[in-house]
Design a protein around this ligand. Structure first.
Ligand code: NOJ
Length: 754
């Protein structure tokens, strides 16, 4: 039966409860189920030829689309019939998945195919890009977006999404920061957990898809922010900053992991035994399977790590990569490698078993066409409840960066509004990168920003439009028309930023200032003297100092998805009071990158941003970001008061309770993300100047106060030393509670004692 969204939310909450409150009987039942599946897996394995086993490790893209450099193989359909392919990606829709599954049913053992797809921020209903959703700091909303994406994708024949991306992103030049949760490990871990839960629900239900935590590991730290580039980092950094979101995804039950393109300290992640066997499948006891990234097994030859594809296949399977996405290295070499005794058959069997297990768990052996119901597809892909949720989540993802003299929210009585810019009319732009823009799916249902504004204002408001300029290029011919309509208006809204394909995979940029002549357009419009609101659409933090310093109101809209236009209008006119907070620091200049709030103090900290003499500073720029991590304004104001710390000393077996009062001191209801940071004052390795350890998003009516409570326990105080051991050290800690990483309102201290 098809569930409504509210039922879905209840189902998620229920499954969370189930996980946390599961009693011994549940555990016993689940281990019986596991044993039963294992027996079935073994019985299938016993029937398989070596070629069929290796077929299960082989994944191809569909014939009509590619999300990477395509390999030509005209025999795919024949190979499926011969049981030589275990999974396909980029095959979607009930018609096509059925067609391919029927081919698999012609194979000797009728082992069903797995269909994987990059369902990154929605399927047909498009949600805000993941970085934008991270700005909501709202785990329920993020979980719901993943749940709906899973509901739609599974209704369209998909079994498996290549999400969430759990990579930490501290470098906005890297185009893939749009796909992650930003710079912070704690926030990133919470979000990875929520997304996996949302995608997977109760795995095996017809509404659920397998999640894939990617890219394992450290892909986000590509040198210079250049995609696919090398990564060089200490063990301490790896464990402290980059691995925890993956562990959180695993704790949430992530069925699969994807390895990554980068080398880590000289070893490509795909051939990296330490990452995949020692950590993931060893120390963390991961029971699912690992898929390579697109072609990444074969790319080990170009890395200079393998002399040819055969050696690459040997390295990858030995290191723990179970499935080969699109490199053909397993398909072309593993049989021979086994026959030559270079790859023990046990290694192949282990990989096959992991994959078959998931096929059983999804129920595909019982019914290979379980996800191929066109009526369900038709219903779910046009479900108005999903659209409603998309609008709600989009509103929550918006960040209000500036609002001088309370220019916003706008009155609905305004006579004339000039809506200017290259992002006003297009629909596709709101989709962002990784939209499912393959066959049969279009952008026609997306609410453009123009349509959103029109839907919002009454008949008495006149809307004027001018494009002004393109996103890129030098053409300023449109400026005069833009200035003309600005002069006729009571207020100007300017929508600029990045095109949908300027952030994303392979979309690194060396220059993240506004592109083309967009900032010049801002200048000429601002010069009209009219009140100006700038909407910035982007997949990453951009640099826009002139705009930030001169324009009275700025909203960072990111790419908000299907309901972008309506959500933006809701925020502009105060039907929703913005509550988003930045999940990444916004630099003043490219030279500050990488930039993040939880840095080390150094031996010569630049206490005063104007004194650069013999301190760790730039002589031409402040160290601080333009907009810090955790920052975001509201149409109301919040007072933080009454910090109480239950005791000033604790042992690592005890806890401390910290409470504070938050009051809405403004004129409208609003939501605040109260952020809880700690600083470990002295450590055997240097500790960051502050670290986010908890947060709460609370809603407050005008004049209302609420008490927020944070619990300090051993987990919040421990860290990784240089040997990657997690330790806790005695000593003093600073408590900081604030509205952003740079706006700490309340502080206190406590001591960890023996
Ligand atoms: C390459 C990307 O790195 C990965 O994230 C994606 O899932 C695959 N291509 C498949 O499209």
């Amino acid at each position: 039966m098809i569930k409504s969204v509210s039922k879905i939310v209840i189902a998620i909450l229920f499954s969370f409860l189930f996980i946390f409150c599961g009693n011994k009987t549940d555990l016993k039942n689940s281990s019986t189920t596991n044993n039963r599946i294992e027996q079935k897996v073994d019985s299938v394995l016993a029937l398989m030829t070596l070629e069929e086993k290796i077929g299960q490790l082989n994944q191809y893209t569909s014939d009509w689309t590619a999300t990477g450099p395509i390999t030509i193989n005209p025999n795919k359909q024949e190979e499926i019939k011969n049981g030589l392919i275990g999974s396909m990606l980029n095959v979607l829709g009930t018609t096509y998945t059925r067609k391919y599954q029927e081919l698999a049913m012609q194979s000797r053992l009728k082992i069903p195919l797995l269909f994987g797809l990059d369902v990154i921020h929605g399927y047909k209903t498009t949600f805000p890009i993941p970085l934008a959703e991270a700005a909501s700091w709202d785990m329920e909303a993020i979980g719901l977006s993943a749940r709906i994406a899973a509901t739609e994708a599974s209704a369209s024949g998909i079994h498996w999404t290549f999400a969430p991306m759990a990579d930490i992103g501290r470098d906005p030049r890297w185009g893939r920061v749009m796909e992650g949760a930003g710079e912070d490990t704690y926030l990133g871990s919470k979000i990875a957990y929520a997304r996996v839960k949302g995608f997977q629900g109760n795995l095996g239900d017809v509404n659920s898809v397998m999640a894939c935590a990617k890219h394992f590991a450290a892909y986000g730290a590509a040198i210079g922010g250049r995609d696919y580039n090398s990564v060089d980092m200490s063990e301490r950094m790896l464990w402290e900053t980059y691995l925890p979101p993956f562990k959180a995804a695993l704790d949430a039950g992530a069925a699969t992991f994807m390895n990554s393109f980068n080398d880590l300290n000289g070893i490509p992640a795909t051939g990296n035994k330490y990452l995949q066997r020692d950590i993931l499948k060893g120390k963390w006891n991961f029971q699912g399977f690992v898929v390579s990234d697109w072609g990444s097994i074969g790319e080990m030859v170009k890395h200079g790590y393998a002399k040819d594809n055969k050696e690459a296949a040997l390295q990858a399977i030995t290191a723990g990569s179970d499935m080969d996405m699109e490199s053909n290295c397993y398909r072309n070499n593993l049989v021979q490698l086994v026959k030559e005794n270079k790859v023990p058959i046990a290694l192949v069997d282990e990989a096959v078993k992991r994959i078959l297990y998931k096929k059983f768990e999804l129920g595909l052996f019982n019914n290979p066409f379980k996800f191929c119901n066109p009526e369900r597809e038709q219903y779910e892909l046009n479900n108005p409840e999903h659209t409603k949720a998309a609008r709600d989540i989009a509103k929550k993802s918006v960040v209000l960066l500036k609002n001088q003299n309370n220019l916003l929210p706008l009155s609905k009585e305004i006579k004339t509004i000039a809506f200017i810019g290259p992002m006003v009319k297009p629909k596709r732009a709101n989709h962002g990168f990784w939209a499912i823009n393959l066959k049969d799916v279009d952008s026609s249902y997306i609410v453009s920003q123009w349509d959103g504004l029109q839907n919002k204002v009454g008949k008495n408001t006149k809307l004027l439009y001018a494009k002004g300029c393109d996103i890129d290029g030098e053409d300023t011919n449109g400026f005069s028309e833009a200035v003309k309509i600005a002069k006729q208006a009571d207020v100007v809204i300017l929508s600029i930023g990045e095109g949908w394909n300027m952030s994303g995979e392979a979309k690194s940029r060396s220059n993240i200032h506004f592109s083309g002549v967009q900032e010049d357009l801002v200048k000429v419009i601002q010069a009209t003297g009219k009140p100006v609101v700038v909407l910035i659409n982007a997949g990453r933090p951009l640099i826009f100092n002139w705009t930030a310093d001169n324009v009275p109101a700025i909203i960072y809209t990111w790419w908000l998805g299907s309901e972008a236009g309506n959500a933006i209008a809701d925020v502009l006119f105060g039907d929703y009071n913005p509550s988003g907070k930045l999940p990444m620091s916004f630099p003043r200049e490219i030279g500050q990158i990488p930039i993040y709030y939880n840095y080390f103090n150094t031996g010569r900290p630049a206490d005063n941003e104007t004194n650069t003499n013999y301190v760790s500073a730039y002589i031409d720029l402040k160290n601080s970001p333009k907009f810090p991590f955790g920052y975001g304004l509201s149409y109301t104001t919040f007072k933080y008061s009454d910090l109480k710390v239950s005791k000033k000393q604790m042992t690592d077996k005890e806890t401390i309770e910290v409470t504070a009062n938050i009051t809405n001191t403004g004129k409208v209801s609003g939501e605040e993300v109260v952020q809880f940071y700690l600083r470990d004052k002295v450590g055997s390795v240097v500790r960051p100047i502050k670290e986010l350890k908890d947060f709460q998003k609370i809603a407050l009516k005008v004049g209302e106060s609420k008490t927020v409570t944070f619990i300090i326990d051993k987990e919040k105080l421990s860290f990784y030393n240089q040997k990657a051991e997690r330790i806790t050290e005695l000593g003093e800690f600073e408590i900081m509670i604030g509205a952003s990483s740079a706006d700490i309102r309340l502080t206190d201290y406590f001591e960890l004692i023996d």
